[in-house]
Ligand binder design. Structure first.
Ligand SMILES: Cc1cn([C@H]2C[C@H](O)[C@@H](COP(=O)(O)OP(=O)(O)OP(=O)(O)O)O2)c(=O)[nH]c1=O
Length: 189
């Protein structure tokens, strides 16, 4: 059985792997999430996932292993929405997205060892449409006072208390949480 290495500090990605019966070794990547030039959102999440994967591949040495890295962004009205840094920023993002559709795109890169070297197995992305309900400014003020929005792309967690404001989604739920399980599962054996 191949060893699985998850190049991530995201508790959500770790949880998704565990709930599907995998016990990965966790080795967080240390990269700056800066793009070298302007590129599409789909290319940017795969680029950053590859950057995370390569960063970790230089720090682990195993034969017979698979290394997974991912990057998630929210796209709203053709703009990339990152992680909010302030309460004001989180409030503005979620107020703008109220009652509307946005997309969550997660890029994944999977490397595997060949003669003790990591080579690329696949890079892919998955896109999920998320439709928000209406919610009041007062509800947003109280939500943005909690820690939940601040380490999440788009400033919310579908799996957290903000889940009640999600009307419906089109696509893979786990993709929104940070790992498109249906797409990556075939590459893990
Ligand atoms: C939209 C959304 C995002 N997120 C999270 C998934 C990702 O962890 C995070 C996006 O940030 P990322 O930069 O993709 O990942 P990360 O910094 O958390 O972890 P690492 O780089 O070490 O793998 O937002 C949710 O948990 N729920 C949601 O509903």
């Amino acid at each position: 059985m191949q060893k699985i290495i998850l190049a991530s500090a995201s508790p959500r990605r770790i949880e998704i792997m565990k709930k599907h019966g995998f016990k990965p070794e966790i080795v967080p990547a240390h990269i700056d999430e800066v793009l070298p030039f302007s590129m599409s959102s789909e290319a940017s999440v795969m680029y950053l996932a590859l950057k995370k994967a390569l960063n970790v591949s230089l720090r682990v040495s195993y034969s017979n292993s698979i290394l997974i890295a991912a990057d998630t962004v929210v796209i709203f009205e053709n703009k990339i929405i990152g992680k909010p840094k302030t309460q004001e920023e989180a409030f503005t993002i979620l107020k703008d997205m109220r009652g509307k559709r946005h997309h969550v795109i997660t890029g994944v890169c999977i490397l595997e060892t060949y003669n003790n070297l990591f080579i690329s197995k696949t890079c892919l992305y998955e896109k999920t449409a998320v439709y928000f309900k209406q919610y009041s400014d007062a509800e947003l003020i109280s939500y943005t006072k909690t820690p939940e929005p601040y380490d999440k792309a788009g400033g919310y967690a579908i799996q957290g208390t903000f889940g009640k404001y999600v009307d419906h989604i089109e696509g893979d739920y786990n993709n929104v949480v940070g790992l498109p399980w249906h797409s990556i599962k075939p590459f893990l054996t």
